[in-house]
Ligand binder design. Structure first.
Ligand SMILES: O=C(O)CCC(=O)C(=O)O
Ligand SMILES: [Fe+2]
Length: 251
């Protein structure tokens, strides 16, 4: 049987030039691009089923306030990298895929790498109670690619909100966030089930707004690094260690 990687590679190689140009210009504009049909349908569905099953069997509730990002809240169920690497097949295959990395490098115009810190490779998060949110923050590494597995009702919040081209200030972060939110318009996007988006998450203040009703939004978050990340001695994993202690303890 043909390997998952061969299937993904062949699928991506069939993208027309015009579509690639659209991805590039969309990304350049907002440092964010929503991508449809990134995977062959059957592989996507198997990856989604895998995420849902892992969530049923292995999820842990997270409810924390993260002081490194200005004391903003995280409230959702999640499955960490450990369990996904051990029990998953399609999620690790997507992360490990050279053809996906190559496409993302083409879109962004720079070389992307798999994140060099295993707990951030991939994580499943699921907001499912009214008020569940992934509060304002920046990521440690430059790129996040997020697959939407369960889409919230469009009138029930859990929207991707972000302000691109804003650096993380690690001192007085809460005051800094307040100033940004006072001075700038927020881009707010509903990303549908089966879509994924790529965000320059290190350079965008971003959050997932609270769910306003008992709906559900489940995602798989993949993290990629660039040369800047590899050369940045100040890069830390403090927030990760607070949100996912079970996955970061051995690092
Ligand atoms: O759920 C999302 O779409 C984004 C998640 C996120 O920002 C993160 O995991 O750092
Ligand atoms: Fe993030």
């Amino acid at each position: 049987m043909e390997s998952i990687e061969n299937r993904i590679s062949r699928h991506i190689s069939e993208f027309p030039e015009s579509l690639l140009n659209y991805f590039k210009s969309d990304y350049e504009h907002d440092l964010m691009v929503v991508i449809d049909n990134l995977l062959p349908l059957d592989i996507r569905q198997k990856m989604e089923d895998e995420a849902r099953q892992l969530l049923v069997r292995n999820s842990l509730r997270r409810e924390v306030i993260i002081k490194q990002s200005g004391s903003t809240p995280r409230a959702y169920d999640s499955v960490g990298q450990n369990v996904i690497r051990e029990e998953g097949k399609y999620i690790p295959a997507f992360f490990d895929s050279p053809s996906v990395l190559k496409l993302l490098s083409q879109i962004t115009g720079e070389t992307l790498y798999r994140v060099p810190y295993e707990p951030e490779e991939f994580i499943i998060n699921s907001q499912n109670k009214s008020g569940d949110t992934h509060g304002w923050h920046w990521d440690d590494y430059s790129y996040a690619l997020v697959w939407v597995i369960d889409e919230p009702d469009v009138l029930s919040g859990a929207r991707v909100e972000f302000i691109p081209r804003i650096p993380w200030k690690k001192q007085n972060t809460r005051e800094w966030i307040k100033k940004i939110l006072t001075d700038h318009p927020i881009i707010s996007r509903h990303v549908a089930q089966g879509q994924c988006y790529l965000l320059r998450a290190r350079d965008a203040l971003h959050r997932i707004s609270p769910l306003t009703q008992e709906s559900r939004r489940t995602v798989i978050v993949f993290t990629y690094a660039n040369d800047l990340d590899f050369n940045d001695a100040s890069l830390t994993h403090d927030s990760m260690e607070e949100i996912y202690p079970q996955d970061t303890a051995r690092y």
